[in-house]
Design a protein around this ligand. Structure first.
Ligand SMILES: Cc1cc2nc3c(=O)[nH]c(=O)nc-3n(C[C@H](O)[C@H](O)[C@H](O)COP(=O)(O)OP(=O)(O)OC[C@H]3O[C@@H](n4cnc5c(N)ncnc54)[C@H](O)[C@@H]3O)c2cc1C
Length: 500
């Protein structure tokens, strides 16, 4: 076959497509603008400690579960070491002066919440079951053959997560607790569709893990595999333009002027960025206007904490804290009440460490706060930016200390990232965490297709299908399926798994 596929961006979506297509005989060239491969799978190391930037916790990794099957197909299992989170409390929610645990197994999940809400046991059961049904209903998430273009039941796309939770229970506090993992998708009330909430919740209900030693292991493994199958992965290769003739894409021009031609092109970058690389009448104004008009999910401010040696016991849960009693309202903050919420977790450097070397805490932050420094060089944005970061970091650490009093005295040093950091490192618009905001009131307009108006140019990544490790890998199957057939890929995944 030997058709040449050029992939723009080496995030999880680009790498997964690269792997699938190279495995199926395509010649793959991956082009990454940064020094490091992986996009959100990037890590950074300071004074011997590694910090994750955009992949902290993965789920469904037990034998037979969805991500385990996909990791098996992608040859990732030998290279990615995992440490399970606490099965009885993988997530802890702190709200209204109380703490609530989320457990993995169904009975444990129901019991853990029912002890706080004894009259709500049946509704908690209904919540668990509906979330599971939504996930099972998707043919791709359960590896059933795709016989139509409908990948998700339209009612899960048109129904909002917030309304679904309101329908589940009349208890105002339980409603907040059930929605409290929403920093994982930056949800908006009455807009974020039910399927996003349900797929993420079900993913972690099944099992939850940290990646020991860093999620860059995923990027390294996929890169090695692609190269071993004859593909090429180029760093410092920023695509400045996608070139087209009257009917199709013909090649790309890099920032350094180099031109690379190909038969097919896959863009793993934000769709609004992809449009900025295209100067062709093949893209109609109406399509351009629609995509450019879409809103993005909010960004975040993160403090990466280095602990003093052997002082802070490793904490095997994720903590979501809310100062605000309406968990859906935390993205609307003022200078005075920021941060309204935060998420905190320890980073996992080995499968058995008794003490944490590092932790991270992050809170929502609007890009507007840092917009005045846009365009300044990384590491040299000026004193005002440094002062801004320090002031925000101290504020966030003060809030963290109220919930985890032992943390402050054990900090050796810390580092920070802002929405500008994400903008520069992953190229998402406004440093948005999860890309385009899905809106159940405008389901068609806010769903991005893997196809573009140019027949041999496709898209992949968190804006196609869904974000997160499972959402992006499933999206990669949809995109690669344009060349290979989705059913062929499902067959390959099943066959690779114990020859099913
Ligand atoms: C703070 C944070 C925490 C998260 N935590 C989790 C988690 O715990 N679990 C989970 O499952 N998911 C998590 N996610 C989501 C997950 O990381 C992402 O959905 C996923 O990794 C995005 O992959 P992607 O394929 O869209 O590519 P991206 O990661 O967006 O990568 C795109 C790549 O394209 C490159 N690029 C951009 N422009 C160009 C150009 N012109 N030329 C060449 N290359 C270019 C970029 O440098 C980048 O490498 C988190 C995300 C964030 C932001």
């Amino acid at each position: 076959m030997d058709k040449h596929v050029v992939i723009i961006g080496s995030g999880l979506g680009g790498l997964t497509c690269g792997y699938i297509l190279a495995k199926n005989g395509y010649r793959v060239s991956m082009l990454e603008k940064n020094a490091q491969i992986g996009g959100c799978l990037q890590t950074f190391t300071r004074h011997g400690v590694k910090y994750e930037t955009g992949m902290h916790c993965i789920g469904s990794m037990e034998e037979g579960q969805a991500l385990h099957r996909l990791f098996n197909y992608l040859s990732l299992l030998p290279d990615v070491k995992l440490r399970p989170l606490d099965k009885k409390a993988y997530d802890i929610v702190s709200i209204a002066g109380q703490r609530f645990s989320f457990a993995n197994e169904k009975e444990d999940f129901i019991q853990a919440l029912a002890q706080h809400f004894p009259g709500e046991r049946d509704n908690i059961w209904r919540y668990y079951q509906t979330v599971k049904d939504v996930a099972n209903d998707s043919p791709l998430y359960s590896f059933r053959y795709k016989d139509s273009l409908t990948l998700l039941n339209p009612s899960y796309v048109k129904h909002s997560a917030s309304e679904f939770i309101e329908e589940i229970t009349p208890d105002p506090l339980l409603r907040q607790v059930l929605a409290a993992n929403l920093p994982l998708y930056a949800g908006i009330p009455h807009k974020t569709p039910l399927y996003i909430h349900a797929l993420i919740r079900d993913f972690y209900h099944k099992s939850a893990y940290r990646i020991a030693g860093g999620s860059d292991a995923i990027a390294r493994s996929l890169t090695r595999s692609i190269c071993s199958m004859g593909g090429e992965v180029h760093r410092y290769a920023e695509v400045a333009r996608i070139n087209c003739n009257d009917v199709r894409a013909t090649g790309v021009t890099l920032k350094n002027g180099e031109e690379i031609s190909g038969d097919y092109f896959i863009s793993n970058i934000h769709p609004q960025r992809t449009l900025s690389l295209l100067h062709t009448p093949l893209i109609r104004k109406s399509y351009r206007d629609r995509i450019l008009g879409l809103k993005n999910t909010i960004s975040s401010f993160t403090v990466y904490i280095r602990f003093k040696k052997n002082r802070v016991p490793y904490f095997n849960s994720n903590l979501y804290h809310y100062n605000e009693t309406d968990v859906w309202n935390c993205a609307h903050y003022t200078e005075a009440d920021w941060p309204k919420n935060f998420m905190y977790m320890h980073l996992c450097s080995s499968v058995d460490q008794p003490y944490a070397d590092a932790g991270i805490v992050f809170a929502y932050m609007d890009f507007k706060e840092v917009a005045r420094w846009q365009g300044t060089p990384i590491g040299r944005r000026g004193e005002a930016y440094d002062a801004f970061k320090q002031q925000k970091a101290e504020r966030l650490l003060d809030e963290l200390t109220k919930q985890m009093p032992d943390v402050r005295g054990n900090i050796e040093r810390y580092y920070t990232s802002t929405p500008l950091t994400y903008l520069d490192y992953t190229g998402t618009e406004d440093g948005s965490m999860y890309g385009i905001l899905r809106d159940c009131t405008e389901p068609v307009q806010t769903l991005i297709s893997q196809r573009t108006k140019i027949a041999n140019l496709f898209q992949v990544g968190q804006n196609i299908n869904s974000h997160g490790i499972l959402g992006v890998i499933i999206g990669s199957i949809i995109t690669s399926g344009e060349l290979l057939g989705v059913n062929t890929l499902i067959e390959q995944i099943k066959k690779a798994y114990h020859n099913e």
